[in-house]
Design a protein around this ligand. Sequence first.
Ligand code: HEM
Length: 88
Amino acid sequence: ADIDNGATIFAGNCAACHAGGNNVIQTEKTLRKEALDSYLDGGRKVESVVYQVTNGKNAMPAFGGRLSDEEIGDVAAYVIDQANGDKW
Ligand code: HEM
């Protein structure tokens, strides 16, 4: 996966709700390590982010059909890299 491309996709599709790794709608459900461990279905891994981005969850829209599988893989890799490295 291309993490740099993931950063670009994040800026264009995710940052409206998740700028800085935050969450403007469900404020506790950030993209930081501890929140992903607590709330992300399947746990803090790339496959879990791919699933949620593809299918959506509650107020988060589904991106399947709007982003390609490759783009979703890239943005998921970026999110996990940011979280694992405490980069948010
Ligand atoms: C939750 C990623 C776009 C709203 C999450 C979570 C991830 C994520 C990994 C789980 C966080 C956690 O449970 O702590 C992304 C990515 C996006 C994106 C990579 C772009 C491709 C958006 C957008 C919105 C949004 C545009 C608002 C319109 C939400 C909400 C939740 C959430 C409300 C909490 C869902 C719930 O558990 O009820 N997002 N997101 N997301 N996201 Fe996004």
